[in-house]
Structures are given as C-alpha cells and as structure tokens.
Design a protein around this ligand. Structure first.
Ligand code: PGA
Length: 261
C-alpha cells in the first residue's frame, strides 16, 4: 500500500447533491434556479445534482451550466420489458452524466447485492455515463473490525467485469452506513484510510493500471457546510457526496463555496 495518500490525477474536486426521495417538480426547478443564480463558477469543482427520477426533467430545465445532472440509480440495461424500470437510454435522453450505483440505502432497503451492483456499473459505462459507486461498512461491521474487508469486497465485486481501460471513468464514494443521516460523520482520517483501502483493492484487481489512473474517492455521510472542507480538500479524498445538507439550495451553494481550491 502506498504511504503517500493519492488523489485523482487531475486534482479535480466533486460535490454531489443526493436528494434521495425528496422534492417534486416545482421544488426541483426552484432549487436548480436558485443554485444557477448564486453558485459562482468553479472550474476546479464538478458539481452534480441527483434528483429522483420524477424530478430529473424539471431540474434539467432550470440548471445552469455550472451543475451537471445525475441519477440516483438505474436498471442495468438500456430499455425494454422491465415494468417499473428506468434504463440507461432514458437517463441519457434527459442529459444525465453521472449515475449512483450501490448506495447503501438500495443495498439495505431494496436488497441490491454485489452482483446487481456489478451489472449496473457495466451498464452505466456501456452507456457512456459515469458510475459513482458507493461502498462502506455498517456499525456492526466496523465494531467487529471488518470495515476494510467489507470495502475491499464491495470494490472487488463492483469492478469484477470492468476492463482496466474503463477504470479511469469510475468515481467512488466511501459512505459508511453509520455516518449517513446520523450527524456523526467519519473523521477525515477514517475517511482517508478507507479511501486508501479502496485504492488498494483496485490495485489488487488492476495492478499498475490502478496507479496510472488514481481513482477519485469522495466521502459521504453527514457532510454539511461546516465540515465539507475537511473532506473535499483532505489528502486522499476528492470531494463529497451530500444528502440532507444538499436539499436547501442556499446551504448547498455555501457548501460548494467552502470546498478549498
Ligand atoms: P447524508 O447522506 O449527507 O444525509 O448523511 C449522504 C448519502 O447518503 O449520500
């Protein structure tokens, strides 16, 4: 394992707003309009909003140039006979560039397992979009000293069928389950250590290729405007995946402004 914490090769930061199951069309459009008005251009930060499927189009209509569109999930296929499904063709049609895969709420509440995550990663890559793959242990796993093993397993399974050439197109998010929505974020050291474990798992799978394209690793779990700078600029971390604190547009603008250059 490298002693020097790595960052993604560009030094680019990412801030993602994960609305989860919040906001209808009117609120989505209002959020996008407010952020477009107040967010000062940050060429060094990629800002992405992830509305629910039903509000993607409304948000897209009002988004300014400084914010990209993402989805919280996808069916692992383009289109077809999948009742209730939303496929990658439909996401691309709306202008989606980023797709969350394997968020712990989907793993736990909807029963998505590692093989489902692996299929989604492949589908998003095949569609030319960027998968943002979420990994992270729960409180019990951390308490039993199994956090590293969980992260390693989730990473290994997610990229099982991914060719090395696609590695540079994946963004990762370390989101310990115990930190999500709890007001109890991981410390920057814990997050950086998990990011290092994650990169080490990629090295085990891809060898030198993983070092040629250091993976961007974001931290998520109770990030807010007051603590974001600790994660989005810390050694080994490339940004933040923000849930609750992204819902208010003014607070979110403040949060992005606090990401160190
Ligand atoms: P939180 O959620 O910021 O509300 O903790 C983060 C996430 O689940 O992506």
């Amino acid at each position: 394992m490298s002693a020097v914490p790595m960052r993604s090769e560009s030094g680019r930061r990412y801030v993602l707003a994960n609305w989860k199951m919040h906001k209808g069309q009117t609120e989505a459009e209002a959020w996008a309009r407010t952020v477009a008005q107040h967010l000062k251009p940050r060429p060094d930060v990629t800002v992405v909003v992830l509305p629910p499927f039903t509000a993607l189009a409304a948000a897209a209509r009002a988004l300014g140039g400084g914010v990209e569109l993402g989805a919280q999930d996808t069916y692992p296929g383009t289109s077809g006979a999948v009742t209730g499904g939303v496929g990658t063709d439909q996401l691309r049609d709306l202008g989606v560039r980023y797709v969350l895969v394997g968020h712990s709420e989907r793993r736990r509440l909807v029963g998505e397992d590692d093989s489902w995550v692996s299929r989604k990663v492949q589908a998003v890559l095949a569609a030319g979009m960027v998968p943002v793959v979420c990994v992270g242990e729960d409180a019990e796993e951390r308490g039993e000293g199994r956090a590293d093993g969980v992260v390693r397993r989730q990473v290994a399974q997610a990229v099982e069928s991914v060719p090395a050439a696609s590695l540079a197109r994946i963004v990762w998010a370390y989101e310990p389950v115990w930190a999500i929505g709890s007001g109890n974020p991981a410390t920057p050291d814990q997050a950086a250590e998990a990011a290092s474990t994650l990169r080490s798992a990629l090295r085990s799978r891809f060898g030198a290729e993983a070092d040629n394209h250091p993976a961007p690793v974001l931290y998520g779990g109770s990030v807010d405007p007051d603590n974001v700078a600790q994660y989005a600029g810390a050694p080994g971390l490339d940004g933040a995946l923000v849930g609750g604190a992204s819902l208010d547009p003014d607070a979110f603008v403040r949060l992005v402004e606090r990401v160190a250059p």
